[in-house]
Design a protein around this ligand. Structure first.
Ligand code: DGL
Length: 284
């Protein structure tokens, strides 16, 4: 198991000023902007700092050890930005590295698996839940384990859909090609009679229209991004760390590869303009 050279030294006392500190969000690349977008919807006055590891995306085909190493480096960077809360927006990173991150950082950490699972377990009526995600997410069994921990009687059908990420990155979120890929992937899940489908990947909320068309309008889609943003709001309120003043918030964006592509596709994901973006260096 990979270990950091030096652990993140993160023992800080919270004080009133901590409300002004940003929420840190990281993802393997652009996809996490779907999570940031929902956080901004839910908490419009919060300062935010986003890191997209665009140089090392995709995480979904990598080993847990590598994803843990990348995630820890991302965490260390965001910690240096003096964040008050960390959101691991990437499903793959949440699946394999959340425990490790939590052990090495003393600010609260929210991943995207648990909020999505809670909503799905609440909503299923026939106790048959489908999960779609990257190869690494499905292999990790993170969703299945979390669902079974909540209710062992629920049947879980998980499936990796590796072509969805590049299609969305290309901006192909509707049309013939993406519909036939979705049909090929989701046919089996449909036959299993699921009534709830967790979108276990940052990119999939952008495919909602096609997925509904293919799986059928009677299957509920669970958008982890929305569920996660609700959890972020609840946690900040519980900790008394929510920023209440309504001055314009500060939004910072960092990437690990050239910012051009991030800018071009990212504004689509985020649904608003990205003003300032900076490139940082990471290990290979
Ligand atoms: N962000 C990843 C996730 O949610 C998808 C892209 C990747 O494979 O890195 O799992």
């Amino acid at each position: 198991m990979w270990k950091p050279n030096k652990p993140c030294q993160l023992n800080r006392e919270f004080d009133v000023d901590n409300r002004e500190k940003p929420i840190g969000v990281f993802d393997s690349g652009i996809g996490g902007l779907t999570v940031l977008k929902e956080i901004i919807n839910e908490l419009p006055y919060e300062n935010t700092v986003y890191l997209g590891d665009t140089a090392r995306v995709p995480y979904g085909i990598r080993s847990p050890e590598t994803v843990i190493r990348y995630s820890f480096e991302n965490t260390t960077f965001l910690y240096s930005k003096d964040i008050k809360l960390l959101v691991v927006a990437c499903n793959t990173a949440s699946s394999v590295s959340l425990d490790f991150i939590r052990k090495n950082i003393s600010v609260p950490v929210i991943g995207v698996i648990e909020p999505g699972v809670k909503a799905a377990v609440r909503k299923t009526k026939n106790n048959k839940i489908g999960v779609i995600g990257t190869e690494a997410t499905v292999k990790s069994n993170s969703y299945t384990n979390a669902i079974k921990n909540m209710d062992a009687s629920i049947e879980v059908y998980s499936l990796s859909c590796p072509l969805f990420v590049p299609l969305v990155e290309e901006g192909w979120t509707e049309g013939e090609i993406v519909t036939s890929v979705a049909k090929k992937y989701l046919g089996g899940l449909k036959d299993m009679g699921i009534d709830t489908l967790i979108l276990g990947c940052t990119h999939y909320p952008l495919l909602k229209t096609v997925l509904t068309e293919v799986i059928g309008g009677d299957v509920r889609l669970i958008d982890s991004a929305i569920e996660t943003s609700r959890k972020v709001k609840m946690l900040l309120e519980n900790l008394g760390l929510n920023r209440e003043n309504n001055f314009v918030p500060r939004r910072e964006f960092f990437v690990t590869d050239s910012p051009e592509r991030f800018l071009k596709v990212g504004e689509n994901f985020l649904g608003e303009k990205i003003e300032h973006i900076e490139k940082i260096a990471v290990s290979s």
